[in-house]
Design a protein around this ligand. Structure first.
Ligand SMILES: [Zn+2]
Length: 230
């Protein structure tokens, strides 16, 4: 039995990136923690003002809860870092939160964002995770770090602007794709109409394309950050 920690920026990223894999871990008896660091709302305003959005926060919190429920994920934790403004924070403050999570949860596997996404929060979180999992003596919980692709951010990066997402790790999600799509429906507030990259249909096509990459019906693709075999 493994302990799995998913660290995402915004509510929906965790499902976009690895929802099918999360459901698969749950079905295999692993313990899955879903952590969302930024609040996912105030970036629409010129200036961040959390108070005027109380109702939207409730809606989004409930959506996150439902979406993770559908995947069978019991443990969900939402933080309050400023949406799309995580580059305004000291990097150390993000690292400290991630380090604390790792110390509390003691995960064997971490899934998080790829460094080459357009979204700045995704990049800052990637960097914080890489720092937090550095393999110093005594920091021995995390054996496997994987980076997922986030539709409407990873593929929106232009070549040469950042490292490209080149998957070398695939997880078959034939049995859990339906759950992933249902879970995304719980995030209707965040989803867009086809042919937007963040539409249900696009996510279904992506899963099927990633499946076709490896000769199965559906998959999620990752890049391996580090694997330690003890
Ligand atoms: Zn995001």
């Amino acid at each position: 039995m493994k302990t799995v920690l998913v660290i995402a920026a915004h509510p929906d990223d965790e499902v976009l990136g690895c929802g099918g894999t999360m459901a698969r871990h749950v079905q295999e008896g692993d313990v899955v923690y879903s952590v969302i660091l930024a609040e996912g709302i105030t970036s629409r305003d010129k200036k961040r003002n959390r108070d005027i959005h109380a109702e939207e926060f409730d809606i989004l919190y409930n959506a996150a809860k439902n979406a993770n429920d559908i995947l069978g994920v019991q443990h969900i934790k939402l933080f309050d870092f400023p949406d799309n403004r995580m580059d305004s924070l000291d990097r150390l403050d993000i690292v400290k939160v991630v380090e604390e999570l790792i110390n509390d949860i003691k995960p064997n596997v971490i899934y998080t964002h790829h460094i080459g996404d357009v979204n700045i929060d995704h990049r800052r979180i990637h960097e914080a995770v890489v720092t937090a999992v550095r393999p110093i003596p005594g920091n021995h919980y995390v054996d496997e770090v994987l980076y997922f692709e986030t539709a409407s951010s990873t593929e929106w990066m232009t070549p040469e602007s950042a490292p490209a997402f080149k998957p070398n790790w695939y997880i078959n999600i034939e049995q859990t794709l339906e759950l992933k799509l249902k879970s995304l429906e719980a995030y209707e507030y965040e989803m867009r109409e086809w042919p937007h990259a963040r539409s249900i249909k696009a996510l279904e096509y992506l899963a099927k394309w990633r499946g076709a990459n490896i000769g199965v019906e559906a998959a999620e693709a990752f890049m391996l950050g580090r694997k330690i075999i003890k």
